[in-house]
Design a binder for this molecule. Sequence first.
Ligand code: F6R
Length: 242
Amino acid sequence: MNIIVTDTYEDMSRKAADIIAAHIKENPACVLGLATGSTPIGLYANLVDKCAKGLITFANVTTFNLDEYRGLTADNTQSYRYFMQHHLFDHVDIDICNTHVPDGVALDVDAACAAYEQAIQKAGGIDVQLLGLGHNGHIGFNEPSESFPLATHRVKLTQSTIQANSRLFLSADEVPREAYTMGIGTIMAAKEILVVASGSDKAAIVRDASSGPVTPFVPASVLQFHPRVTLVLDKDAASCLK
Ligand code: F6R
């Protein structure tokens, strides 16, 4: 793993945005895997800024998001589709038809998951997958469990994830109990992976994911088996690394 440690959250966001921008410049038709959550917000702001300055264009970029809550429509302000519109898609020159977020209200769950996988394949696979890290080691909504799920699927959220995500809802009761997520296999098939983490509350999981035992009980630990992973951390998130 390539580990980059920055002083601040802002530096982490700039560095990670530079890495994604370099991919877009090298291959303007690249396929990006994207994440939501608090951590990439600064990164997306940097990408919006670069696009406004004409340094990059999303005109030919295709995106696939990791996950979506089950039961939330795209216009629900808590949905991940809404998050992506608000933080990135509405502010760059991307063709909205080239942006993909799992359909939170799909009626046929299995068909929707299979179609998502097929769409990724049809696009030629993911060139760079952006990931945040859950405190319990989840990536996407792949929660700790006894095995690594392969493909896009429906999941039940753990109590710890419901609690962690309740900060964005009126109460924990409002947090959907299920979600759709790319599988670990989907994520590991990306040609390159970029992980961002910030804050001392992520320090222990950053250590466990990057140098602890590889186990589905710490889903992010599987990234140790991927040949091209870059972690961009602020110094607080890196504070438990040797
Ligand atoms: C979001 C996602 C999650 C988050 C993780 C970290 O699409 O897939 O795995 O990346 O929960 O979230 P933050 O950045 O809010 O700490």
